[in-house]
Design a protein around this ligand. Structure first.
Ligand SMILES: Nc1ncnc2c1ncn2[C@@H]1O[C@H](COP(=O)(O)OP(=O)(O)O)[C@@H](O)[C@H]1O
Ligand SMILES: O=C(OP(=O)(O)O)[C@H](O)COP(=O)(O)O
Length: 400
């Protein structure tokens, strides 16, 4: 692969579009609950500003219709505090107003454009040539001289702002992208056996990761937690009660049960599911073993239980490499934080080489003050795709 980095770019005086991933957990008032992903991009943005670039930041926040879908104004305000360069916010992404804001930049100045996903095309997947013709890419390419992709955490998405610009402009990997690819590129050389711990809420991505880990042989065992585990438990024929089944249905993940069942058929001896879970009963955490299922109709499975944590940590003791993405439960609520805290602490303490990643995963690690991982990636889904031998669409697009 021939990917150019900032070392290859002459940017002085140029308008540079920089795609970052500052998709962050939000608090109840829509402010940033965690700014780690903003910190991660400081190096790239500072370097570009110091080298005299006129920097237009492109990013997304949340998914259309989701709880965390929102404006990038709080992100711009925080970046203004984190960078030495002045940072403005523009309430538009590629319209005449946005283009004027980019053209008005002086060297060393930064503007954060509005959430790319406010535009419907940005939440679709295109091949790069078609992405280059979308309104967003077409509009902005006319006022940009170069494009930098630093959004490693979104590099598995073939969306316009991630894959469309390299067909129109000189394109480079930013420092986050470069460093992540360096560290995560050599999974086949890490110590065996390898365990993949997949949790969190992005079930289709995690089922794909499990599939690739098992089919490629890179993964010896897959341990499931979070909503991913609920889907595997359903696939194994367990009755999780109405509340959990409704949740899976509402998220549009019902068909993932068939994919999980197929994996259990083919690789059941290498897949682990929880042996106990936690639900809310009378306002408190209540642990149920599998033989006490189903939970009552209004009791959703919100965490893995202590037996599961113990079994998983014991199994991880013999792993050479542990790859982990996704909280084991609704860790934001202290009632359901135990599974994530105790399992993550077990991974941190294990002798294995450990790679963990994901926005919420990193946020949980900071919340529980855990150290001892070998690499904490900015990416969750993107990191795991790479770590199961898949190519990332946005990285392929940079290969010019
Ligand atoms: N059993 C569960 N029910 C509902 N949500 C869950 C459950 N387990 C984990 N989650 C949620 O998953 C979210 C994180 O998932 P995800 O975005 O996939 O992780 P990451 O950002 O680390 O890749 C958290 O907000 C957490 O509350
Ligand atoms: O948070 C992200 O991914 P992650 O949850 O895998 O860490 C990225 O911003 C990608 O977001 P998306 O999964 O809505 O495309």
């Amino acid at each position: 692969m021939a990917i150019r980095t900032l070392d290859d770019a002459a940017v002085d005086g140029d308008a540079v579009g920089v795609r970052v991933d500052i998709n962050s957990p939000l608090d109840e008032s829509g402010g940033l609950a965690d700014d780690a992903r903003l910190h991660a991009h400081v190096e790239t943005l500072t370097e570009l500003a110091n080298r005299g670039a006129r920097v237009a930041v492109l990013a997304h926040q949340g998914r259309p219709g989701g709880d965390e879908f929102g404006r990038l104004e709080p992100h711009a305000e925080r970046l203004d505090e984190l960078l030495d360069a002045p940072v403005d916010y523009c309430d538009a992404t590629f319209s005449a107003e946005a283009r004027a804001a980019v053209e008005a930049l002086d060297p060393g100045e930064v503007v954060v454009l509005e959430n790319t996903r406010f535009y419907s095309e940005e939440y679709m997947e295109f091949d790069p040539e078609r992405a280059a013709e979308t309104f967003l890419v077409d509009g902005l390419a006319s006022v940009l001289d170069a494009y930098v992709n630093d959004a490693f955490a979104a590099a598995h998405r073939s969306q316009p702002s991630l894959v469309g610009f390299p067909a129109r402009l000189p394109a480079y990997a930013g420092r986050v992208m470069e460093q992540e690819l360096d560290v995560l590129g050599g999974i086949d050389e890490t110590p065996e056996p390898r365990a993949y711990v997949v949790g969190g809420a992005k079930v289709p991505d995690s089922v794909t990761v499990a599939q690739h880990a098992l089919e490629s042989g890179l993964g010896d065992v897959v341990l499931t937690t979070g909503v991913v585990a609920n889907v595997f438990l359903l696939a194994a024929g367990h009755d999780l009660g109405e509340a959990s089944a409704d949740f899976v249905r509402q998220q549009g993940y019902w068909e993932e049960i068939d994919r999980a069942a197929d994996l259990l058929d083919r690789y059941g001896d290498r897949i682990r599911v929880p042996t106990d879970v936690a639900v809310e009963r009378d306002g408190h955490r209540h642990v149920l073993a599998l033989d006490e299922f189903p939970p009552a109709s209004d009791e959703a499975v919100m965490d893995i239980g202590p037996d599961t944590v113990e079994t998983y940590v014991a199994e991880l003791a013999s792993a050479g490499t542990v790859v982990l993405n996704g909280p084991a439960g609704v860790f934001e609520d202290e009632t359901f934080a135990d599974g994530t805290r105790d399992l993550f602490a077990g991974v941190a303490a294990a002798d294995a080489y450990s790679i963990v990643g994901g926005g919420d995963t990193a946020s949980a690690i900071r919340r529980f003050d855990l150290t001892g991982f070998d690499h904490v990636s900015t990416g969750g889904g993107a990191a795991l795709r790479l770590l199961t031998g898949e190519e990332l669409a946005a990285v392929r697009a940079l290969d010019q």
